[in-house]
Design a protein. Sequence first.
Length: 224
Amino acid sequence: MQLFPINLNISGKAVVVVGGGAVACRKCRLLLDAGARVTVISPRLEPALADAAKEGKIAYLAREYREGDLAGAFLVFAATDDASANSAVAREAEARGILANVADDPQSGGFTLPSSLRRGDLIITVSTAGKSPALARAVRRQLEPQFGAEYLLTLDLLGKVREKLLTGGGDSAYNNKILNELVAQDLPTLFRTHAFADIDHHLLRLFGAGFSLADLGVRERDPL
């Protein structure tokens, strides 16, 4: 199965999760973190999902899936322990032109979920095209120690520098050149070792006054 990697903006989008067990719970957690409007359909819920329903974080239909439940959905997750029910969900999704993720049969759905590592807006994903989620998780765990909170701060800084450059106009080719030079300074190591004066030195050298960590609102004392 050849997959096309993509990042979706699902903030405010309607997503249906069919199933209320541990797998559905993991999917819902990711969906809520991404700002989706989640509806869960299942006769029973894991305690964490039940709590989310009580708190109004998810909509909940306490019954089995029925044909027609996917109307208006942007994405669908079939996450029951019943293969025939998951297949029915996948068929309706395909008929409606909705992308579906099928927990027990990745090949029958429209997409799979990679194992992911997040540091703020930095997202690193590992996919095996559904062949071995266990291997994807193992590779992700190998990567985790290499990408700590210093990458969150680095991306925050780079994003704010780029935004300020764009606001100020100027030559885009030159802006890209000096942004690339800033990236080459190994900012993650400088943040991890609390070498904030060195970072400010590079910012002043490359961009001039008004680009210090304080000017940009990057908090020097964030925990690392």
